[in-house]
Design a protein around this ligand. Structure first.
Ligand code: SF4
Ligand code: SF4
Length: 206
C-alpha cells in the first residue's frame, strides 16, 4: 500500500496559479491520506476566491470512474487554469492524461508500503519515490516512463521516438517533452534538477 504526504504549503500555494479546481482522492484513506491538513489548506486557498470547485471522490486511478466524476464538474474545470490533485502518483497521472490540455499539479508525495496500489496500476505507474516529479514532467512519471528512471531529461539514445533499452516502448522523455509543449510548460525543463533522494525509503521504515 502507500502513504501520501502533502508537499510543503509554500510549494502548493505556488502551484495554485490563476483559477484553481481541487480534486481529492480518498480511495485509499484507510491507509493514509493527510485529510485534515489538506482540508485546512484548501479552505485557505478557497478564501482567496480563486477556487472554481472542489471534488472529493475515490479511486481516481480508475479512468472510467474519473471521467464520470469530472464530467459532472465540467464547467468548474473549464474555468480553471490549474487542477490541483491531492492523491497518489497514479491518481495524478490518470487526471493528467484525461485533462491533457490543462495544467495538472501533484500536491502530494507518495511513499511506498508493501502491498497493492490503486485499481489501475498497469496503465499509469508510480514507483512511490517519495518526492513526486510530476509537476516537472507534465504529469508523466519519469521514474516509471523512462527505462533508466532518469529525472533530468533524455539520455540521447532514443531512435524514432522509441526507447533504446526497450524499443517496444515510446521514450518516456519524448512523451514528457510533448506533454509539456502541449500545456505551454517547456520552461520547467530549465529548472534546476531535483536530485533523487533515495533516503525517502528509509523515512517510511522509521
Ligand atoms: S514521480 Fe513517479 S514514482 Fe515518484 S511519486 Fe510521482 S508518480 Fe510516483
Ligand atoms: S531512450 Fe528515453 S525512455 Fe529510454 S532510457 Fe533513454 S530517456 Fe529513458
Amino acid at each position: 500500500m502507500l502513504i501520501t504526504e502533502l508537499k510543503a504549503k509554500e510549494t502548493i500555494q505556488a502551484l495554485a496559479v490563476g483559477k484553481v479546481f481541487i480534486l481529492n482522492c480518498h480511495g485509499c484513506k484507510e491507509i493514509h491520506f493527510p485529510e485534515a491538513e489538506a482540508d485546512a489548506l484548501q479552505k485557505e486557498l478557497a478564501a482567496t476566491g480563486n477556487v472554481t470547485g472542489i471534488l472529493t471522490t475515490d479511486y481516481i486511478c480508475n479512468p472510467e470512474n474519473l471521467k464520470l466524476r469530472l464530467d459532472m464538474h465540467k464547467d468548474a474545470i473549464e474555468q480553471a487554469d490549474t487542477i490541483l490533485v491531492f492523491s497518489c502518483g497514479v491518481g495524478v497521472q490518470t487526471v493528467s492524461e484525461y485533462l491533457d490540455g490543462k495544467r495538472v499539479c501533484a500536491c502530494c508525495d507518495t511513499y511506498a508500503l508493501p502491498g497493492y496500489q490503486g485499481v489501475t496500476p498497469l496503465e499509469y505507474d508510480c514507483d512511490q519515490c517519495g518526492q513526486c516529479y510530476l509537476n516537472l514532467t507534465g504529469g508523466i512519471c519519469p521514474i516509471t516512463a523512462c527505462s533508466k528512471s532518469l529525472v533530468n531529461g533524455q539520455c540521447g539514445g532514443a531512435k524514432n521516438g522509441r526507447c533504446e533499452v526497450d524499443p517496444d516502448m515510446e521514450c518516456g522523455w519524448e512523451r514528457i517533452q510533448r506533454r509539456l509543449a502541449q500545456v505551454g510548460r517547456l520552461d520547467v525543463l530549465k529548472c534546476p534538477v531535483q536530485l533523487r533522494d533515495y533516503a525517502t525509503d528509509e523515512k517510511v521504515k522509521k
